[in-house]
Design a protein around this ligand. Sequence first.
Ligand code: FE2
Length: 425
Amino acid sequence: MLDLLITNATLPDGRTGISIAVQKGKISAVQAGLQAPARETVDANGYLLSPPFVDPHFHMDATLSYGLPRVNESGTLLEGIALWGELKPLLTAEALMGRALAYCDWAVAKGLLAIRSHVDTSDPSLLAVDALLEVKKQVAPYIDLQLVAFPQDGVLRTKGGVDNLKRALDKGVEVVGGIPHFERTMADGAASVKLLCEIAAERGLLVDMHCDESDDPLSRHIETLAFEAQRLGLQGRVNGSHCTSMHSMDNYYVSKLLPLIAGSGVSVIANPLINITLQGRHDTYPKRRGMTRVPELMAAGVNVAFGHDCVMDPWYGMGSGDMLEVAHMGLHVAQMTSQKGIRQCFDAVTVNAAKVMHLQGYGLDVGCDASFVLLQARDAVEAIRLRANRLKVWKKGTLLAQTPEVSAQLRLPGRPVTTGFTVSR
Ligand code: FE2
């Protein structure tokens, strides 16, 4: 007897009429038309069944703080950092945890079950680190929360920055972060990349650096990051986040850079909502989009994922934990409007992001965790187009959230009342 059988599902790769069998929290069969006795059977009605959404780049210590202590008037990255600096002395562990846990509830409702969050280590009290380590423990039954030690004010620029970061790692933060473009000089930025990669190599940790989040085409820390990944044998373990300066770089230089990134096994995370909001702020017209070169990186064989980055915080007042909104913006900004391009954007918030986080048991193959999202959409393209309703969200075979099927009643002049109307193809 199976624990759960989901029938008649469409999978992100396009297969239809698929049954997925679940036993002891794992997928035990994936087969077209499979019928078998189960404690619970769910007819997917042809809708899309996807592995859970994964956000590989987020700031949970700042989330839901919009307006505290004031709103970012200029909309720039730098005012956001300054505003976060004003908020930090006012933070309490209790309030920070309350906001983070509230966001995790939003995430579950949206089928977002794995989040990599940076946590600011610049404050020697490490209040945010302790608070998010506690949140990580509390949400562990339903969200894989991975934490990155992030020296927001610059690891070299801040007095005691290296020590604070190492103490955060000692406490159990599992990824080494950095922000080379915010150090005082290009040389210090490069030195910070080298230092932080060496710390990760010594401790056997992953690296995820905010890298070149700037419109400055000469911000080239991604080159150092890729070089250090190769030099220290960290291939497949290093990620460059944002890399927005690549948007503005000279094409010849990028033609040399892409093979270096691909060869070093460095992945890249674009944050479409935030990049299109924060970049290009010093431009008049034309205004640059400021997102990194997503299709070109993908074509070069680089693993590229999309992150949400911010939801209602000093940098961004929008957002709801919806990774389909992220993918939707990503495909517009990158002009990835072909069928293949749209599907790649869906991968960027699911499988590619899971690869960045080194998630174990992720996917829809036999033996994977029975964690998935049933969407009110016929395929991945429609899911992004409609930012589709999440009908059901399971984690290891347990139902965590469900939302009724959304439909409207139309009462149009001269026509009979229509119920059960949905926008679809
Ligand atoms: Fe970020």
